[in-house]
Ligand binder design. Structure first.
Ligand code: FAD
Length: 320
């Protein structure tokens, strides 16, 4: 069976969930070979093996630090040359998408971005993309070379699939470009203590109905009572009430949590594109005709300034 390279997104050896989802997809088209780079790379092996990685190629060179992409492209190119895989799967994060595009150029193939599914095809792996705000699905194949496919988070389940997970050192020769850039400073973002939006099991979002940045405190309070991430509609982001990194939708992030609570959000198609695959959807909106009610499991018609604080208190009481 052909091997499939999976680029591992990890923080000091802790593998992030989208990588485990990639392993599920990789197993559909071949034997997954994971590529883990940077500090703690070797520590990823046990988790990757539990989820189907037959082999884990690691390199902990200092060059991978600081989010510079070229050393990682060099490493993935070396891995492609060593393994001749049927495909390279990477998560659809901002960093990994840049790596994917550069890698495809280097190896003379093509890149498919933001796939929501990958399957085996007669002429090579076929990726499904969701287009026009999820109104259509397209099936795409790279016709030349090793396809590089970026996959959106929550596109596949995380599955236990014990495999050997044999660790092998990846031998990488860095290109001149890799050493041509260096990081001169960085400003870490203040941590909210909340889960990452695309990985959260529960997302609580606010829209134009929240009516001001200060009012997002009630959305955050509900999120914190549930251990949830906070999302926002584009209207709320464009108004400057919440950061773009929290935007859900076509031009924001795609989320697929167990529970999505939309507050003061009308349910425009571009917002739905980023959340309609959530398992259970709840909406609070004072307009009973709001389109969001067409896709909810539970709808509350009412003023969010009354309902959301009551809900938060009720959850806190029940949690004790
Ligand atoms: P509105 O549509 O104005 O809805 C506000 C809702 O709040 C209304 O339904 C109202 O009844 C309700 N409300 C008001 N006050 C209260 C209250 N006190 N209590 C309860 N309910 C209340 N949008 C996104 O969200 N994400 C995207 O990624 C995105 N990408 C886009 C890309 C393109 C190319 C385009 C053209 C648009 C995009 N949009 C996106 C914008 C989208 O079309 C909508 O304009 C946007 O989603 C509306 O946000 P909203 O629902 O918060 O605001």
């Amino acid at each position: 069976m052909a091997e499939v390279l999976v680029y591992v997104d990890h923080v000091d050896g802790a593998v992030r969930k989208p990588t485990l989802e990639l392993l599920t997809l990789a197993r559909r088209i071949g034997d997954p070979v994971a590529v883990a780079l940077g500090a703690g790379a070797a520590n990823t092996a046990a988790t990757l093996a539990e989820h189907g990685a037959a082999k884990v190629l690691t390199d902990e060179a200092a060059e991978y630090a600081d989010y510079l992409v070229v050393p990682k492209v060099d490493a993935l190119q070396a891995a492609v040359e060593a393994v001749s895989p049927a495909a390279v799967l990477v998560p659809s994060s901002a960093e990994a998408k840049e790596i994917a595009a550069r890698l495809a150029l280097r190896i003379g193939s093509g890149v498919i971005t933001d796939a929501v599914d990958v399957e085996a095809g007669d002429e090579g792996p076929v990726a499904t993309q969701s287009v026009f705000a999820a109104s259509y699905s397209t099936k795409t194949r790279v016709s030349k070379g090793t396809p590089v496919i970026t996959v959106k988070p929550n596109s596949a389940p995380v599955e236990a699939a014990p495999a050997a997970g044999t660790v092998e050192a990846l031998s990488v020769t860095f290109s001149a470009q890799a050493t041509g850039t260096k990081v001169t400073g960085r400003t870490p973002r203040e941590s909210t203590g909340r889960p990452e939006l695309t990985e959260a099991a529960i997302v609580v979002s606010g829209g134009r109905g929240v009516n001001g940045s200060e009012n997002f405190a009630i959305i955050e309070a509900l999120a914190d009572s549930l251990g949830a991430a906070v999302g926002a509609s584009r209207a709320a982001v464009d108004a400057g009430w919440y950061p773009h990194t929290n935007q859900v939708g076509q031009t924001g992030k795609s989320v697929s949590p167990q529970l999505y609570i939309a507050n003061g959000i009308s349910g425009a198609i571009q917002h739905r594109a980023g959340m309609q695959t959530s398992k259970t959807i709840v909406a609070v909106n004072k307009d009973a005709e709001a389109p969001i009610f067409d896709l909810v499991d539970y709808g509350v018609v009412g003023d969010l300034f009354e309902i959301v604080p009551q809900l938060t208190e009720e959850i806190k009481t029940r949690k004790g």
